[in-house]
Design a protein around this ligand. Structure first.
Ligand SMILES: NC(=O)c1ccc[n+]([C@@H]2O[C@H](COP(=O)([O-])OP(=O)(O)OC[C@H]3O[C@@H](n4cnc5c(N)ncnc54)[C@H](OP(=O)(O)O)[C@@H]3O)[C@@H](O)[C@H]2O)c1
Length: 255
């Protein structure tokens, strides 16, 4: 019988990722950047995936290297399956990848009535098909006797019916469903979990809408560090947690 003795269980302040390689998609800016840096600070080498933010990706690479970690930059449009294949074949050159963080996403304010077929397909391609293809390729390169971790960035909207940001919300709901199904499909050596975020960073192209605070029991925006702490917990903590989705939304899903 497999039994994990207490002496193998780490406390939160011991959680680290020494020498592990983590691929973070959409890592150049905003939350992805905070997640990549947190993993690097915990000891990991980082594959920085980016699409358009080359300059920011290069700055992040420098910052990670200044921590004495390795960092590789790989460009790919995750809306195109062929470039996902290229991303994976380049990424595995960095050595076995221990962790995959599916962070890149598109988030457009579209109602069910306004969304065109192209909008719908774009959201599903980047927010759902890309994490699927990346997870499939990631799982193939994890050696049978080793462990791996996948963490999907979700949204509090993914876990309840909602009509706003329609294609986005449906794509994230499907990603939540995939998180649980993958947890079964990839057990026992790969864990698959999700972080369902609430209001963390307002979209960069829109004014900050402080009215949403009335719907958040915590009465404040969350911080990228709060997401990063949860990510490190899922990447470096107990491998007995899989198929779990942690809501980091100040209680917004309860209202
Ligand atoms: N911000 C929040 O408060 C919040 C709330 C709930 C959930 N989330 C989730 O948390 C994650 C990070 O949020 P965020 O606000 O930091 O995200 P974001 O800024 O909207 O997007 C993250 C990255 O996704 C990449 N991306 C977009 N389209 C792509 C494509 N076709 N191919 C490849 N990469 C593409 C972009 O990379 P480039 O810049 O390199 O093009 C972008 O920097 C997302 O999954 C989001 O849904 C965020």
């Amino acid at each position: 019988m497999l039994f994990l003795h207490d002496d193998k269980i780490q406390s939160m302040d011991e959680l680290s990722l020494p020498g592990k390689t983590i691929l973070v998609t959409g890592a150049a800016r905003r939350i992805g950047r905070a997640l990549a840096l947190a993993c690097a600070r915990a000891g990991a080498n980082i594959i920085i995936h980016y699409n358009e933010s080359e300059e920011e990706a290069a700055e992040l690479q420098k910052e990670i290297e200044s921590l004495d970690r390795r960092a590789w930059m790989i460009q790919a449009d995750l809306g195109k399956p062929a470039s996902i294949e290229k991303l994976i074949s380049q990424a595995i050159k960095a050595g076995p990848i221990y962790g995959l963080v599916n962070n890149a996403a598109i988030f457009e304010s579209l109602t069910m009535q306004d969304a065109t077929l192209a909008d719908w397909e774009r959201h599903l391609a980047v927010n759902l098909t890309a994490p699927f293809l990346l997870s499939q390729a990631f799982a193939k390169q994890v050696p049978a006797n080793e462990s791996g971790r996948i963490v999907n960035l979700l949204d509090w909207r993914a876990l309840r019916p909602g009509a706003d940001h329609f294609p986005y919300t449906v794509s994230k709901s499907a990603l939540a469903a995939m998180t649980r199904s993958l947890a079964i499909a990839l057990a026992p050596n790969i864990t698959v979990n999700g972080l369902a975020l609430g209001a963390i960073l307002p979209p960069s192209d829109k004014p900050v809408n402080e009215k949403i605070l009335k719907d958040i029991p915590a009465k404040r925006w969350g911080g990228p560090k709060e997401i990063a702490d949860a990510l490190i917990f899922l990447l470096a903590g107990s491998a007995y947690i899989t198929g779990e989705i942690i809501q980091i939304d100040g209680g917004r899903h309860l209202i």
